[in-house]
Design a protein around this ligand. Structure first.
Ligand code: H2B
Length: 115
């Protein structure tokens, strides 16, 4: 089975299938630092990343933003001194798609320098 971080996002459509409970469980197992939350009634993946200062947090924020632009799949990012909180979900379907789990894994890879 291909690791999430090595999988490719598919172009997302409004009729794209939401991740099932079973899929979410399976994929979350690869994302131990991420939490499944609900925001505005929609399931999302969330993780906080820690940094030594604001400049490093900003640099990571820009890396995630660049990745999002490359994949045309965009997160919510909260940038604070020493901390970046990222949330992934698929706007078009108001929930979680495989793409969100892929992008969470890709975000972890950026943080660990494994991108
Ligand atoms: C028009 C544009 O391609 C779409 O709005 C894309 C942009 N980025 C996106 N990002 C996310 N997370 N979900 C989407 O449904 C989405 N749609």
């Amino acid at each position: 089975m291909t690791a999430l971080k090595d999988q490719i996002c598919e172009a997302c459509r409004a009729d794209a299938p939401k991740a099932t409970q079973a899929e979410s469980r399976t994929w979350l197992a690869e994302l131990p630092d991420w939490r499944l939350i609900e925001q505005d009634g929609e399931p999302q993946l969330q993780r906080a990343f820690r940094f030594r200062n604001f400049a490093e947090a900003l640099a990571f924020t820009n890396q995630v933003a660049e990745l999002a632009e490359q994949e045309n799949h965009h997160p919510a990012i909260l940038l604070e001194w020493g901390k970046v909180t990222v949330r992934w979900w698929t706007h078009k379907i108001g929930g979680l798609h495989r793409n969100d789990f892929i992008m969470a894994a890709r975000t972890d890879a950026l943080y660990s320098g494994d991108a």
